[in-house]
Design a binder for this molecule. Structure first.
Ligand code: ATP
Length: 240
């Protein structure tokens, strides 16, 4: 029998005071796939990730990790349940070295019996980080910082990886490299990724499925190829 979604958001509504950022949003990420969440600035993509990981509270709807209801769980419990959130803006700790940043993820991962990645694994995945392991994180390029926060999240032992705009401000060549590594991880290890992107073209090139948000509502949901082939949808919402 087919397995259910690894992560399921059902009829989620999230408000900031009078602003309804998400309006009865349903999004599912199947296990071992990359699911893209696309849409323009302000569509609600960041709010979706922040609600899933418990950083903001939904007013209605539910969030399920497998069978487990995380809807009202505190952020720390959600992280411990296996949801790793890599926020927009690459929050590395700039005064620490690359390796010290990675050890923070490693500390979290040490609590998980089923962890897949150790320090040596992420250095294999991202050789640039291995070369710079003793450098302060503030010496890294934007692409290397993005690799560092992804590597740190992998070390925490996630079942589901939430990525907020990893391509932002990076050269296309670097985006292609990072997305290629993500695709390999998903194919090789069965990792589940929910990928928020404004860069719909690149995201759809590696995603299995996608959801398009506009003004807090899901306006399209399909496999990635179908979304990428839909001229009207691309022009109206995806910007390519
Ligand atoms: P971006 O690409 O800018 O991150 P997004 O698709 O992620 O855009 P959100 O950041 O989730 O969109 O914002 C959705 C809506 O909620 C927008 O109208 C935004 O102005 C509003 N919003 C977001 N954060 C807050 C907040 N802390 N207080 C009030 N309104 C907010």
């Amino acid at each position: 029998a087919e397995r259910g979604p690894a992560l399921e958001v059902r009829d989620l509504t999230t408000r900031y005071g009078p602003v309804t950022a998400l309006n009865t949003v349903t999004v599912r990420a199947r296990p071992g796939e990359i699911t893209a969440v696309l849409g323009a600035n302000g569509a609600g993509k960041t709010t979706l990730l922040r609600t899933i990981s418990g950083l903001v509270r939904g007013s209605d709807g539910s969030v399920l990790l497998g069978e487990r209801d995380l809807t009202r769980a505190p952020a720390e419990a959600i992280a411990r349940a296996g949801v790793a959130h890599v926020p927009e803006g690459r929050g590395v700790i700039t005064e620490l070295t690359v390796e010290e940043n990675l050890r923070l993820g490693d500390l979290l991962g040490a609590r998980r019996a089923d962890r897949r990645y150790h320090l040596a694994d992420v250095y294999d995945l991202f050789p640039a980080l291995a070369e710079r392991r003793r450098r302060e994180a503030n010496s890294l390029s934007g692409g290397e910082r993005q690799m560092l926060v992804i590597a740190r999240a992998l070390l925490s032992g996630p079942e589901v990886l939430l990525l907020d705009e990893p391509s932002l401000g990076l050269a296309p060549r670097i985006v292609a490299r990072i997305f290629g590594i993500l695709r390999d991880l998903v194919d090789r290890d069965g990792l589940t990724v929910l990928l928020v992107e404004q860069n719909a073209r690149s995201a759809l090139s590696i995603a299995d499925a996608g959801f398009v948000l506009n003004l807090g509502r899901v306006v399209a949901a399909a496999d990635a190829r179908t979304l990428a082939a839909d001229d009207e949808l691309r022009h109206a919402y995806l910007g390519f």
